[in-house]
Design a protein around this ligand. Structure first.
Ligand code: HEC
Ligand code: HEC
Ligand code: HEC
Ligand code: HEC
Ligand code: HEC
Length: 654
């Protein structure tokens, strides 16, 4: 094992490129690049560029928190908990039965994850250390993510594959901020030991990047204090487990090989040492779910969503409230701990329907060292489907309003973070609109999706984020400038129009590197409008908001960029076999369309001066997707042609 921040070396010499041996660091990296281009070897390809891999090492990905092989008591598997905590009883939702069907449980064997780790390791050796830290914390803590960072989990136990983020791991995490009188007293000594690590303090300074602190002893922390009877194992009342920061440990992801510059760009720092400041806000923001939440109204005051989420709870605040809703249930099946109305339903469901299909398809039998799904896991995954569909169906509302010849589609976000948060690669939500004639025949469709080929016609609003490569990174790697799926290398956010949560402020989101990019939202705006031109003859309109976990482009990338193993191809085949990540309709609303006169942009029934001023006011505006106010002929620009339509129909009424 070569993990641990204590390890330091003075000079780093590593071969890069064609027979050249250079010192690492940005200067050297760029220099290696220059030498290599001068030699002009093979032409760069978009997936296997000449500067790859970049000269990173495990040290570049080290983080604070508990280090491998420092935990005294083993981390138990869930089989040690189920006799009392009813894990198998997925049918009756006996606590915490649903965990077995969650993405936490399958975070290590997740085939999209594994295919992406292979690419990350191809691009930036050592990145796997960071990946498995979140996706397989037990294996990582116990030193089975070996160095050089392996991408195949050669040393994994079968149980490491079976339980990515498991019971005992979560219930041994310690609040890294000691709160006298609140934190369990033993936390102090655990944190002191980390603070005095020989290479400098290992106490995490902000939640993220799996910088978890784990109790070296088997003392289970949870949300309650017990008098008598009390659990038959050591326990501590832990406020941390009732706090979103517990989830924040893994739900803010930052790339530690990149250093934020004063101009807002990110430059590589590659020296086989941890990030210079260790502050996540100085790293490149891959996921900001926790920070988005922390800057929302859910975190500040809580929101009464009228029972949409939270189970028995009316006002929802933290991640747990929506993703582990309060249910009425008994405690441990041994002893009488009473029925409570705020037991945490361990479903952890979000949006990933496709992962369930993939797991059921791929793991009917073992895949290499990864065990097949057993009967209980299979049932639990199938039972998870309605839970995920519940989350997706309640995440948004879609409202339709007609203004003369225009249709406004408003999507309102009711999540505790952006609508579409977290993992950016390939995830998308789009507005599909069908204009129908009086016989129900299709006149025109926007955002049409081909369910066989998995192709989306992008003539509509697509909510998504695009991360990619800037010119510096391009120079260093040979990859083209622009959006890319190279997660470990991406150092620029090209686009992000994902809808903010309630309580959004531009300043708050900028401070946590989560501001909209290439798109604007006003402070407080947790909805987005798209306007579409209504074709003549439309009697009805049907609008669906589709969610798709992963796009065809991303799956093809994971297959084509892979030069190491068969994970990309296996994933592609499974994706193909299960219907290519069939999109799910989060909303499906229809409305009759009132007759309108072309040119009546205000929708009050007559073409008059108010319409003229709308066109003049918006004159010159160009649309990207959907229509823009005043674009009465729907050609994408407000110009003379629109003025002509208004003047031609001036004075006409329906
Ligand atoms: C700090 C924790 C953390 C680290 C480190 C991390 N991930 Fe993840 N990863 C997550 C979370 C949380 C999600 C789920 C987000 C979501 O559902 O949108 C996720 C989701 C993913 C997914 C999507 C899986 C799917 O089924 O759609 C892939 C792929 C992935 N991660 C790859 C990686 C790779 C590769 C690395 C290492 C370079 C990595 N992750 C490191 C936390 C982490
Ligand atoms: C991702 C972390 C995580 C995982 C994995 C996890 N838990 Fe929990 N668990 C929590 C949190 C957080 C709470 C407290 C939630 C709250 O009170 O809002 C909790 C609550 C509990 C409670 C107390 C229930 C109550 O309300 O009295 C028990 C018991 C428990 N978990 C057992 C388990 C078992 C057994 C597993 C594995 C099958 C498991 N947990 C998996 C995070 C986790
Ligand atoms: C022999 C029975 C038994 C086993 C096995 C068992 N527990 Fe418990 N546990 C209990 C009882 C009883 C309670 C208290 C009643 C309740 O909350 O259900 C409890 C409570 C807890 C709590 C809540 C603590 C708090 O302060 O809020 C957590 C967390 C927990 N157990 C985790 C685990 C984990 C993780 C495992 C497996 C590694 C496990 N338990 C195995 C019986 C057991
Ligand atoms: C040890 C790191 C870790 C901790 C702690 C953690 N998560 Fe996760 N979580 C993950 C990873 C990794 C994934 C993605 C797994 C995948 O898709 O491969 C994930 C996925 C999820 C999803 C995913 C959903 C989806 O369907 O796309 C939800 C919801 C979630 N976590 C909620 C929580 C909540 C709530 C907590 C706190 C109680 C929490 N997580 C704590 C690592 C963690
Ligand atoms: C008010 C309820 C609510 C709160 C609070 C909330 N979430 Fe969610 N979350 C949702 C809903 C609904 C979805 C599904 C829609 C979506 O994907 O955006 C979701 C999706 C997710 C996903 C899947 C991501 C994706 O879009 O692919 C992750 C991961 C997640 N949440 C983690 C968290 C974490 C971590 C917190 C706390 C920091 C949190 N959530 C707080 C409601 C909530």
């Amino acid at each position: 094992m070569e993990n641990g921040l204590n390890r330091r070396r003075s000079a780093w010499v590593v071969g890069v490129g064609v027979g050249s041996t250079v010192l690492l660091g940005l200067a050297a990296w760029t220099q290696a690049e220059a030498t290599e281009s001068a030699l002009s070897v093979d032409p760069p390809s978009s997936v296997r560029a000449r500067g790859l891999p970049v000269p990173t090492g495990d040290g570049d990905f080290e983080q604070k928190g508990t280090q491998p092989n420092t935990v005294t008591d083993p981390v138990f598997t869930f089989t040690n908990c189920v006799s009392c905590h009813g894990v198998f009883d997925a049918q009756t939702a006996l606590l915490p039965g649903r965990w077995l069907g969650s993405t936490h449980s399958h975070a290590a064997r997740d085939p999209i994850f594994l295919a992406a780790v292979t690419i990350a390791e191809q691009d930036a050796p050592g990145a796997g250390q960071l990946c498995f830290r979140c996706h397989a914390p037990r294996a990582w803590l116990e030193g089975r993510v070996t160095t050089p960072s392996d991408t195949n989990g050669a040393d994994f136990f079968a149980s490491d594959w079976n339980e990515g983020v498991g019971c005992h791991f979560c219930h041994r995490t310690v609040d890294p901020v000691y709160q006298p009188g609140v934190s369990p007293p033993d936390d102090q000594a655990i944190l002191d030991a980390l603070a005095m690590a020989p290479g400098g303090s290992l106490v995490p300074t902000s939640p993220g990047n799996a910088q978890y602190v784990v109790d070296p002893l088997d003392i289970r922390r949870g949300p309650r204090a017990y008098a008598a009877p009390s659990p038959p194992h050591a326990w501590r009342d832990s406020a941390f487990h009732r706090d979103a920061a517990m989830c924040g440990q893994c739900h803010d992801v930052s790339i530690p090989t990149l250093m934020r510059q004063p101009d807002g760009s990110y430059l590589p720092v590659v020296d086989n040492l941890p990030h210079p400041t260790g502050d996540k806000f100085d790293m490149f923001p891959e996921q900001r779910t926790y920070s988005e939440w922390a800057n929302s109204e859910y975190a500040s005051t809580g929101v009464d969503l009228g029972g949409r989420f939270g189970g028995n709870l009316s006002v929802v605040r933290k991640c747990q409230d929506c993703h582990m809703p309060d249910v009425t249930a008994e405690g441990c099946s041994i002893g009488n701990f009473g029925t409570l109305t705020d037991r945490a339903y361990h479903s952890f469901q979000g949006a990933n329907l496709h992962l369930i299909e993939l797991l059921l398809e791929l793991y009917q039998s073992p895949v290499g060292a990864i065990p097949a799904l057993d009967f209980e896991q299979t049932i639990a995954l199938m039972d998870a489907v309605p839970d995920v569909e519940y989350m997706l169906s309640n995440a948004t509302d879609v409202e339709l309003t007609q203004f003369g010849g225009e249709l406004k589609v408003r999507v309102t976000n009711y999540c505790g973070h952006k609508l579409l948060t977290a993992y950016p690669e390939g995830r998308r939500i789009w507005v599909n609109v069908q204009f129908l004639d009086s016989g129900g025949g299709l006149i025109e469709e926007r955002g049409a999706y081909d369910f066989v080929n998995a192709d989306l016609t992008e003539d509509t609003k697509v909510y998504h984020a695009e991360h990619g490569i800037d010119s510096v990174m391009s120079g260093a790697t040979g990859l083209p400038v622009g959006p890319s799926f190279h997660l470990a290398l991406n150092n620029k956010i090209y686009f992000d129009n994902r809808i903010p949560p309630m309580g959004f402020t531009n300043a708050g989101f900028e401070a946590v590197q989560a501001e909209p990019v290439g798109y604007t939202y006003a402070d407080g705006q947790h909805w987005d409008d798209t306007r579409f031109c209504i074709p003549q003859g439309t009697a009805d309109v049907r609008v669906r908001l589709y969610y798709q976990t992963t796009s065809k482009e991303y799956i093809e990338f994971l297959r084509d960029a892979n030069v190491t193993d068969s994970r990309g191809l296996d994933l592609y085949n499974a994706w193909d076999a299960v219907g290519r990540a069939t999109p799910f309709a989060m909303d499906d609303v229809s409305s009759a369309i009132n007759a309108f006169v072309p040119g009546d942009t205000t929708g009050e029934g007559t073409v008059d001066l108010s319409d003229l001023s709308v066109v003049l006011f918006n004159f010159g505006t160009v649309t990207s997707a959907g229509a823009v106010v005043g674009d009465v002929n729907c050609d994408g620009i407000v110009d003379l042609a629109d003025l002509t339509v208004v003047l031609f129909n001036f004075g006409q009424s329906v």
